[in-house]
Ligand binder design. Sequence first.
Ligand SMILES: *[C@@H]1O[C@H](CO)[C@@H](O)[C@H](O)[C@H]1NC(C)=O
Ligand SMILES: *[C@@H]1O[C@H](CO)[C@@H](O)[C@H](O)[C@H]1NC(C)=O
Ligand SMILES: *[C@@H]1O[C@H](CO)[C@@H](O)[C@H](O)[C@H]1NC(C)=O
Ligand SMILES: *[C@@H]1O[C@H](CO)[C@@H](O)[C@H](O)[C@H]1NC(C)=O
Length: 556
Amino acid sequence: MSIYRLFWIIFISAYSVVRSDDFKEEMYIKPLPPSHLYTYFQFITIVNHKSTEHSHLSPRSLGEVISRFKVDELHLTLTEGQWRHHQWGYPVLDAAPGAELYAWFATDVDDIDTQWRKLTSTLSGLFCASLNFIDNFNTVIPQMALWPTGAVKPIQNITSQLRYASLPREIVCTENLTPWKKLLPCESSRGFSALLNSRMIHNTKYHSIGVHVRKICANKDCTDTHLEIKQTVALVYDYKIINSMDWSFRKLFGQGLPGACTLSSASTIYVDVTTNSSHSFKLTPSPHRILQSQRGASETEFAVYDIHNNGEMINIGAKYDSKYSNNMTVIIPPPIYFNRYVLGYGKEFGGIVTELVNNYMTAIDVVLLENAPWWLPIQLSSLRVNGEANNKLVIAQYFSPGRNRQKPYHLELLIKLPPRSTTTVTIDFEFVFLKWQEYPPDANHGFYIGSALITANLPTAKQYSSLPISGSTFDSIINASKPWYPAVFRTNGAMVSLPTPDFSMPYNVICLACTVVALAFGPLHNICTKELILKPVGTPVSLTQKLMNLLKRKKD
Ligand SMILES: *[C@@H]1O[C@H](CO)[C@@H](O)[C@H](O)[C@H]1NC(C)=O
Ligand SMILES: *[C@@H]1O[C@H](CO)[C@@H](O)[C@H](O)[C@H]1NC(C)=O
Ligand SMILES: *[C@@H]1O[C@H](CO)[C@@H](O)[C@H](O)[C@H]1NC(C)=O
Ligand SMILES: *[C@@H]1O[C@H](CO)[C@@H](O)[C@H](O)[C@H]1NC(C)=O
């Protein structure tokens, strides 16, 4: 009897924990005319913050990392390719090429730097990525560019709890996707993640996988918090690779969708059909409902599919009307976009230029974060905005000089971009010599400079991609216009070629030395090993001697 009661109590308490658990999977498809298709997956797990290990949904390994290292908020992305803001508009979540990681630690963490290093090594093991290369020498503490998106206590200097690092050289491959999928409650057997098959994913023009952890309020007064774990995948397909504008799940992912994940509370697919007005296309099967959203001077129409777990294979596809498929697409650039390149010639000095274009009719305030590695020393004195040293457009600036092998150079500028203008930010750098072990094996390939971060409060939600309901760059809610849409973007990366010693020289020396040794060896060996015997030449033999010799032979 008592045992039953105990069981009952355990059941009730487990039940009350499970109630806060929720898992949702969402997929968003948006054609990016004229030549690309954007697909975005997000898997959101919400668990009670205090009991991640008692949850049947939350990935235990990640939950433990979060609680062990007292992380308040964490963003990790692994990206291959470059998002083209100018052509494609804004993605749901932007990511820097390569690996990018930033995290806020709880206020009671004393030694954040040590905790950060431990966190990066642990995540490196968890995701099979080279995050263990993150160290003090490539970590910065952004002062203005990044703000937590979750529920955190408003403290004065929240930025001191933040660490940011990016590894632009990191290559994303199947090894990273497999552990990422293991964090999902249904892994890759069921649900939308079954579509993420690495052979098809790595055939795209741009792919990015991410994990975003934050705290969200559990009640109205925010006295309690839940942990939200959002796993995302963004893919951009090129119509040239799939051979037509018509797409279907079979074409994109190699297979149809085998139904929803049994553990999910909602599995929804949104197809952005706004472009249907100029390029007529038909969706098969026809959508369950149509959703219209009007926010920030932008109108969007979504075709919505509610997927259930009824065992049937679903293959959603779009077929373009060939009459309209040649319609010209006028690319309207988003309110701000940017470009970054390297200046200079020779191997002594160079410069990084970041071009910021404000395409909107009002001024926009942006924060630009430049993060230069220690081997690319930048000087604040060489900073020029539109060619002038003290430009009035710069409202605030922060500079933290780097130190060799210890600290990167970190520059942040708050700039007011005038309406319909292009602003160029130029800063010069010097080339340095590295120690010979510090060169990568392919030193002549060049050295990557990470992207600059650009944070903006956009006055309009035009040219954005967002899911209609939950979590995106703009945290959108249908028809909810806001005065500002805060967003963080990354520019493209750049590459420099540092002065590199001639690594082929040792090889040449070895070859030459070997040839010389080989040539010298033969004659020397002969001289040293062969015995010289004097051979008597031309001594006359007497007749009697010859006879004696003959006789001797006969006797024998
Ligand atoms: C942050 O603020 C707290 C209290 O306001 C203060 O004790 C601490 O020194 C500050 N840290 C930094 C890095 O400024
Ligand atoms: C697309 O082409 C069709 C047929 O040529 C035309 O009627 C329609 O107006 C065009 N739409 C746009 C946006 O150009
Ligand atoms: C696109 O527009 C055409 C013609 O207006 C309509 O027949 C079709 O159903 C629309 N497609 C979608 C996916 O809404
Ligand atoms: C949003 O606005 C559109 C157009 O004004 C309207 O048709 C739609 O019903 C609204 N949606 C919601 C959820 O209020």
